[in-house]
Write a protein that binds this ligand. Structure first.
Ligand code: C2E
Ligand code: CA
Ligand code: CA
Length: 890
C-alpha cells in the first residue's frame, strides 16, 4: 500500500502533457480576450452614443421641419381654398390672374398656380399658359373628381405640363355655387427648388425628405437627380414608419448615397412624413476613428499578450521538462529524497525513500503522516521537533541542518542528510552507506592488520604501544615488546616458493596467536618479522615462559603437503617502562636485543640491556668501517699451508681473509665475515678474496692449489660461477689450482640456486671441500646430498681427541668412513705432533694447523714453498700472524 502511495505521490509531480499547461493556456486566453471585451463594449457604447446623438439631432430637426412643412402646406391649402372661395363666389367672373396677383408667395419654390375646367383643361396659370394643356389624366385631378371627398391632394413628383419642371402638385377641387365640380386649382411646388431650400438648412451631408405615406420621396434635399419619386418602401424599418408617427430608421447605402440614420415624423393633418437623416459616415466618423484606434490597440495588446504568453508557456514547458527530468532522476537514483512542507505535507518523495526508511509493508490510512513522522525522527538535534515539519515560520524551532547515520534493524546503514527550509519544512536525503561503511571498516582493518596472517600490523602495534605508553602506570606492571625473526625462512621461500613461504608464515602466526593472551597483541611487520606486545606483567621474568614456549613451538616442523619444513626463531625483548618510555625507543631496544639473539647463534632470545646497545653501536661502527675497507684496499689475504700427512709436502694453501682495522688492529674473521653476511657485503668481500688468492697462486713457483672459503650467502648469487671462471681466466689458473670450501650450513639450506652453483663449480673441475665437518647435526647425511671431493674435519675433533677418548673414537670413525667412501680428508687445527700422528695413522690425507704452518701474508708464501714448507717451530711463523692470532683469540 505504501508503495502505491509513494507511486501516487510521485505521479502527482507534473509531466509534460497539454493538460499540464491548461491553467496557463486559460490565463493567456483570458488576457487575450479581456481587452477585446473592453474594446467591444467601449465601441458599442460609442456607437450607440453616436447613433443616439444622431437620432436626437435628426429628431429635433424633423420636429422643426414638420412644423414648418405643416405651416407651408397649410399656407398652400389656404391659397388653394382662397382661390376656390373666390371662384365660387365670383363664378364666371372670377379673374384668376387678378386673384393671383393679390397672393403673396414667399419663396421661389412655387412653380405655378393653375386652374382647370371640369374637364381638366388648364384654363389659367400664374405662368404663361400653354393652350390645350389638359391634366385630366393626372392623379391630382383625378383625386378631386370623387364627390365624396373634398381634401387637399398632394401628388407625387410629376413633371408639370405647363411649367415643365418637376413639381409636387397640391390640388383642391373648384365648386360652383351649386356645389358642382368646376375643375381644380393646382399649386405646383418645384421639387428642385424645394431641394435647394432644404440644402440651405445647412445639414452638411445630411438630408431632408418629404415622403408620402406610401414611402414615395416627394422632395429631397440636397438635390439628387432622379431620387424624387422613388420609393423607400423596401428599406428595412419602413414598417416602423407605417406604424409610428415618430421614430428613426437606418437607411442602407446606395451607389448614389451613403447609408443614413434618419428620424421621421408623420404630419398630423397630411399623409406626409418628414424625414431628416444624417450620413452615417458623419454620424459614426469619430466612432470609426475610435474603432480603428481601438482595433489597433487591441491588436497590439493581443500581440504583446501573445508573445508574453508564448514566453510564459516556453518557460513553463522548460520548467515542466526539468521537473520531469527531476522526476526521472528521483525515480532512478538510489538515493531517497523527501521534501516536507511547512504544513507537514509531502511535496516530493521518490520510491527509494520507502525502502530506505524500512517502512512496513502494511500501513494505515495515515501513511503519509507516518512517513513524515519517521523522517522527522531522523532530524538531527530537533529529535522530532514539531516546529520542523509543521507550522513553523522562518527561524523558529530548534532543528538544524545536519546529517546522521542510522542503522536499521535489517543491518542497513543509512546516511540521513537534513536541510531545514527557511519557510518551514525540510528536505531529507537518504543514502544507503552500508557498503561504504563495510568497505571503510575493511580498509580500516587492512590499515591495521596484516593481509596475509590477519595479525596486527606495525601501525596497529604502534597504536597499542602508544596507549600503554600514555597509560597510568600506578599499578606498577610491566609490558614486554618481543620482536621475533624467523631463522631459515628465506630458504623456505627460495626452495619451495612463495606459496609455501606464505603457508609457513600463516602457520607461524597461528602458533604465535595460540600462545599469547587475548589482551596481548600479536603482530607481523611483513617478511618474517613478527612481534608480540605482552602487557600487564607483574615482573619482567614472567615473560620467560612465554618466549620459551614460542621458541619451542616455532621450532616444531611445519607440515607442508609433501614435506616438513623447519624454521626456528630468534627473539629480542624490551620492557616498558625501564627499557624505553616511548614507542621508538622500545622498538629500537627490542631490535637490538633481537640482533643480539641472532648474533648469539639464533634459535634463542635476548633481553635488552645497555651493554647490548654498546655492542650494537660498536657493530654499526665496524659495519661502516668494513664498508670503507672494502672500498679501499685494507683487506688482505693470508695463506695457510696444507700438507700431505704422509710426506709432509706442501699440497696447497687455504686463503684466509684478514682485516687490520686502523684503530682496533686485527679483527677476527669470524666477526667481520658475520658482519659482511648480515649487511650484504659478503659477495664483494668474497670476490675480493678470490681474486687476491688467485693472483697470489699465479705468482708462485710451483703453482700450488689454493682453497677459498665461500659463504652460503655467496652461493645464493647466480653470478658466482661466472665470476670464478672470469678470475681463473684473468689470472691464467687452471681449475685444479682452486678449491672451494663450504660449510655444512650450505646444505642445510635446500635452495636450488645453492646446489646448482655448487654443481656448476664442480663441473668446472674445481674440487669442493666440506669444511668444519662434524660440527653440525647431520653431517653424515650431507655427504649423500652432494659429491664432495674432500672432507675437512673440524679442529674441535682434531684437538679434542687428545683429551677425550670419545672424540677420538668419533674421529677415527669419520676417517674410516671417508676412507671407505673414497673421500679425501683434511685434518684442521693440528697443533701437536700427537694430533698429526693420530691423523696420519687414521688415514687422513692432508693436514693443516699451526704445527706445520700458520696463515701467512702472500709475500711470504714463495719463500715458504721454496724452503720446503716444513717449519717445525711455531715461532717460525711470521710476526704479524702471531700478532693477529693473539688479537683474534681475545
Ligand atoms: P675455517 O675455514 O675453518 O678456517 C680455519 C681457521 O682455523 C682459521 O681461522 C685458521 O687461522 C684457524 N687455524 C688453522 N690452524 C689452526 C690451529 O692449529 N689452531 C687453531 N686454534 N686455529 C687454527 P681464521 O682465519 O680466524 O678464520 C676463521 C673462520 O673465518 C674460517 O674458519 C672461515 O670460516 C672464516 N673465514 C676466513 N676467511 C674467510 C674468507 O675468505 N671467506 C669466508 N667466507 N670465510 C672466511
Ligand atoms: Ca676453511
Ligand atoms: Ca674449518
Amino acid at each position: 500500500m505504501i508503495r502505491t502511495i509513494g507511486r501516487a505521490i510521485a505521479d502527482r509531480l507534473p509531466s509534460l502533457r497539454t493538460e499540464s499547461l491548461l491553467p496557463e493556456l486559460a490565463a493567456i486566453g483570458c488576457f487575450l480576450i479581456l481587452p477585446w471585451i473592453g474594446i467591444v463594449a467601449a465601441l458599442h457604447h460609442e456607437y450607440y452614443a453616436a447613433r443616439a446623438a444622431a437620432v436626437r439631432s435628426t429628431g429635433n430637426l424633423a420636429q422643426a421641419l414638420e412644423e414648418s412643412t405643416r405651416r407651408t402646406i397649410g399656407q398652400i391649402d389656404y391659397i388653394l381654398l382662397s382661390a376656390r372661395a373666390f371662384r365660387t363666389a365670383k363664378s364666371d367672373r372670377f379673374d384668376f390672374h387678378d386673384w393671383a396677383r393679390n397672393q403673396t408667395f414667399a419663396d421661389k419654390m412655387t412653380a405655378q398656380i393653375s386652374m382647370t375646367d371640369p374637364a381638366g383643361l388648364v384654363i389659367a396659370s400664374t405662368i404663361q399658359l400653354v393652350p390645350g394643356v389638359n391634366i385630366a389624366d393626372r392623379a391630382h385631378f383625378q383625386a378631386q373628381l370623387d364627390p365624396t371627398h373634398d381634401d387637399l391632394y398632394i401628388s407625387r413628383p410629376v413633371t408639370g405640363r405647363v411649367s415643365g419642371l418637376q413639381t409636387i402638385q397640391f390640388s383642391r377641387k373648384l365648386l360652383d355655387r351649386d356645389g358642382a365640380f368646376a375643375g381644380v386649382v393646382v399649386f405646383s411646388l418645384g421639387s428642385f427648388e424645394l431641394a435647394r431650400f432644404y440644402e440651405s438648412l445647412g445639414l452638411g451631408d445630411g438630408f431632408v425628405s418629404i415622403l408620402s405615406s406610401d414611402g414615395t420621396i416627394l422632395a429631397h434635399g440636397p438635390w439628387i437627380p432622379g431620387l424624387t419619386g422613388t420609393n423607400i418602401r423596401d428599406q428595412s424599418g419602413f414598417d416602423d414608419m407605417l406604424n409610428h408617427s415618430i421614430g428613426s430608421i437606418a437607411l442602407g447605402g446606395t451607389p448614389r448615397r451613403a447609408a443614413q440614420i434618419a428620424s421621421f415624423r408623420r404630419l398630423q393633418d397630411y399623409p406626409l412624413v418628414v424625414m431628416v437623416g444624417f450620413d452615417t459616415n458623419t454620424v459614426f466618423g469619430s466612432y470609426r476613428a475610435l474603432r480603428a484606434n481601438a482595433l489597433l490597440s487591441g491588436a497590439a495588446i493581443t500581440l504583446v499578450v501573445g508573445l508574453i504568453g508564448l514566453l510564459w508557456l516556453r518557460q513553463k514547458c522548460r520548467s515542466l521538462l526539468s521537473r520531469r527530468a527531476l522526476n526521472v532522476t528521483l525515480d532512478t537514483i538510489s538515493q531517497g529524497i523527501l521534501m516536507v512542507d511547512a504544513r507537514g505535507g509531502i511535496s516530493v518523495i521518490n520510491p527509494p525513500v520507502l525502502d530506505l526508511l524500512a517502512l512496513p509493508n502494511e500501513l494505515p490510512e495515515a501513511a503519509l503522516k507516518y512517513v513524515v513522522a519517521r523522517a522527522t525522527e531522523l532530524i538531527p538535534a530537533a529529535g522530532g521537533d514539531p516546529a520542523v515539519c509543521g507550522m513553523s515560520g522562518p527561524g523558529s524551532g530548534s532543528a538544524r541542518d545536519g546529517r546522521l547515520e542510522t542503522a536499521l534493524e535489517n543491518g542497513t546503514i543509512i546516511d540521513v542528510c537534513t536541510h531545514v527550509l527557511p519557510e518551514g519544512g525540510f528536505v531529507q536525503t537518504y543514502t544507503d552507506v552500508t557498503e561504504q561503511r563495510m568497505a571503510h571498516a575493511q580498509v580500516e582493518h587492512l590499515a591495521h592488520h596484516d593481509g596475509l596472517t590477519g595479525l596486527a600490523n606495525r601501525v596497529e602495534l604502534r597504536q597499542r604501544i602508544s596507549e600503554i605508553v600514555g597509560a597510568d602506570r600506578s599499578e606498577g606492571t610491566f609490558d614486554a615488546l618481543i620482536m621475533i625473526d624467523l631463522d631459515g625462512f628465506k630458504g623456505v621461500n627460495d626452495t619451495l616458493g612463495h606459496d609455501a613461504g606464505d603457508q609457513v608464515l600463516i602457520e607461524v602466526s597461528r602458533r604465535i596467536k595460540s600462545l599469547v593472551r587475548a589482551t596481548d597483541v600479536a603482530a607481523r611487520f611483513g617478511g618474517d618479522e613478527f612481534a608480540i606486545l605482552a602487557t600487564g606483567l607483574r615482573q619482567c621474568e614472567d615473560v620467560v615462559p612465554l618466549v620459551e614456549r614460542i621458541l619451542r613451538r616455532l621450532g616444531d616442523p611445519v607440515q607442508m603437503k609433501s614435506q616438513q619444513v623447519r624454521v626456528g626463531a630468534s627473539l629480542g625483548i624490551a620492557f616498558h617502562p625501564q627499557d624505553g618510555q616511548d614507542i621508538d625507543t622500545l622498538f629500537k631496544h627490542a631490535d637490538i636485543a633481537l640482533y643480539s639473539a641472532k648474533a648469539a647463534g639464533r634459535g634463542t632470545y635476548r633481553c635488552f640491556d645497555q651493554q647490548l646497545t654498546l655492542a650494537m653501536t660498536e657493530r654499526r661502527a665496524l659495519e661502516s668501517d668494513l664498508r670503507r675497507a672494502l672500498d679501499g684496499d685494507a683487506l688482505e689475504v693470508y695463506f695457510q699451508p696444507k700438507f700431505s700427512s704422509k710426506s709432509l709436502q706442501i699440497v696447497g694453501f687455504e686463503a684466509l681473509a684478514r682485516w687490520r682495522h686502523p684503530t682496533r688492529g686485527w679483527i677476527c674473521p669470524g666477526v667481520f665475515i658475520r658482519i659482511a653476511e648480515d649487511c650484504g657485503l659478503i659477495n664483494r668481500l668474497g670476490q675480493k678474496i678470490l681474486e687476491r688468492a688467485c693472483q697470489g697462486v699465479a705468482t708462485w713457483e710451483p703453482r700450488l692449489p689454493v682453497a677459498v672459503n665461500v659463504s652460503v650467502m655467496q652461493l645464493h648469487d647466480d653470478g658466482l660461477k661466472d665470476h670464478i671462471a672470469a678470475v681463473l681466466e684473468q689470472t691464467g689458473l687452471q681449475p685444479e689450482h682452486l678449491e672451494i670450501e663450504v660449510t655444512e650450513s650450505v646444505l642445510a639450506d635446500d635452495s636450488q640456486t645453492v646446489l646448482g652453483n655448487l654443481q656448476a663449480i664442480k663441473a668446472m673441475g674445481i674440487p669442493i671441500t666440506l669444511d668444519d665437518f662434524g660440527t653440525g647435526y647431520s653431517s653424515l647425511s650431507y655427504l649423500r646430498r652432494f659429491p664432495f671431493d674432500k672432507i675437512k674435519i673440524d679442529k674441535s675433533f682434531v684437538q679434542g681427541q687428545t683429551e677425550d677418548p670419545g672424540v677420538r673414537v668419533i674421529l677415527e670413525a669419520i676417517l674410516g668412513m671417508c676412507h671407505n667412501l673414497g673421500l679425501h680428508t683434511v685434518g684442521e687445527g693440528v697443533e701437536t705432533e700427537g694430533q698429526r700422528e693420530m691423523l696420519r695413522a687414521g688415514g687422513c690425507s692432508e693436514l693443516q694447523g699451526y704445527l706445520l704452518g700458520r696463515p701467512m701474508p702472500g709475500n711470504h708464501v714463495q719463500d715458504f714453498i721454496r724452503a720446503g714448507g716444513y717449519l717445525p717451530d711455531i715461532a717460525g711463523a711470521p710476526a704479524e700472524e702471531r700478532q693477529a692470532a693473539q688479537a683474534m683469540s681475545l
